[in-house]
Design a protein around this ligand. Structure first.
Ligand code: NAI
Length: 335
């Protein structure tokens, strides 16, 4: 059996807890992985003076794959976001977030099966802000033809490969006629090359309303960075919350898998976090490295635990600890 070398960033807050749980489950799945552990964020900053150490970037460039726990970003001060920095420096231009109902997970809706494709490198996340005069701040929204075309291509390719029917571009081009207008122009041009996939467009505010009324109608959604950030948390809320949605940051040849949620300081260190979100990201990772059988085994075990209610963390109404949940998944692993 081949051994994969993969970079591991446990992160901070609940990061180390959910990471430990996921490593335990991956070990039980039979896949052979050698982990290269690296700190990022506060832990790395305190030790090295850099929140995103060069050794970490080098490790991911070398291994091409990483599994990442959440990393805290100080609000309105301190170092710039490690997550944004990582995505920019490795050109992880596509953020993929499949959102669907897991068996046995209480949620507001059934029949949700959608995919969010979020542009990951520009928009207001370019971080170009300055004070014009005291009391007036300017923040630049960058939208380029290159990035918009590339993310639309990604969405349509993904739709075709996964036999999906519709790609919906989410925008606010009625107000931001130039920037979101360019995004739409690029999406339309790409759509013309995929006549087998239906293409439509929705203004972001209306899309949010439709999502919380009838999410089953949505298929693949492609959008600029900021809308993607907001809409993906909204969509997580449709199927049980941030604890049950996985994600991948993908570039041309590098992939970093992480949960949608953050470091959850309110529950950190208490063993209350649900490791399912990071586990689902790890399952995406297993498929990415051609370990489909291990991925299927993990999904069977997870499905059984959730469906039969064998263990449930607090966010899903249970009392099982993070590691207790991992143990239940390990015990349900098919032989
Ligand atoms: P958050 O996602 O950390 O937490 C929001 C709420 O969801 C909290 O009530 C939390 O307890 C709950 N929650 C999150 N993950 C959970 C899990 N696995 N199990 C059970 N409950 C869970 O968002 P928040 O509080 O806005 O951000 C906290 C920090 O995380 C910030 O510094 C933020 O910048 C950072 N962050 C990092 C991300 C990353 O590393 N990719 C993504 C989002 C936020």
């Amino acid at each position: 059996m081949a051994t994969h070398t993969i970079t591991l960033i446990p992160g901070d807050g609940i990061g180390p807890e959910v990471t430990n749980a996921v490593l335990r489950i991956l070990a039980a799945s039979g896949v052979s992985i050698e982990w290269e552990r690296h700190d990022a964020g506060v832990t790395a900053f305190e030790r090295t003076g850099r929140a995103l150490p060069a050794t970490l970037i080098e490790s991911i460039r070398r291994n091409k794959v990483a599994l990442k726990g959440p990393v805290t970003t100080p609000i309105a001060e301190g170092f710039t976001s490690v997550n944004v920095g990582l995505r920019k420096s490795l050109d992880l231009y596509a953020n993929l977030r499949p959102v669907w109902n897991l068996p046995g997970v209480p949620s507001r809706f059934g029949g949700v099966d959608l995919v969010i494709v979020r542009e990951n490198t520009e928009d207001l996340y370019a971080g170009l802000e300055h004070e014009v005069v005291p009391g007036v701040v300017e923040s630049l929204k960058i939208i380029t033809e290159r990035a918009s075309t590339r993310i639309a291509e990604f969405a349509f390719t993904h739709a075709r490969r996964h036999k999906r029917q519709t790609v919906t571009a989410i925008h606010k081009a009625n107000i931001m006629k130039l920037s979101d207008g360019l995004f739409l122009e690029c999406a339309r041009a790409v759509a013309r090359a995929y006549p087998d996939i239906r293409y439509d467009e929705k203004i972001v505010d209306a899309a949010c309303m439709h999502l919380v009324m009838d999410p089953g109608k949505f298929d693949v959604l492609v959008m600029p960075n900021l809308y993607g950030d907001i809409v993906s948390d909204l969509c997580a809320g449709l199927v049980g919350g941030l604890g049950v949605v996985g994600a991948a940051n993908l570039g041309t040849d590098i992939a970093v898998f992480e949960a949608v949620h953050g470091s959850a300081p309110d529950i950190a260190g208490k063993g209350l976090a649900n490791p399912t979100a990071l586990l689902l990201s790890a399952v995406l990772m297993l498929r990415h490295i051609d370990e489909g059988q291990a991925a299927d085994r993990v999904m069977q075990a997870l499905g059984r635990v959730l469906d039969e209610g064998l263990a449930r963390t607090r966010d899903l109404g249970g009392t099982t600890s993070t590691l207790g949940f991992a143990d239940a998944v390990c015990q349900s692993m098919p032989t």
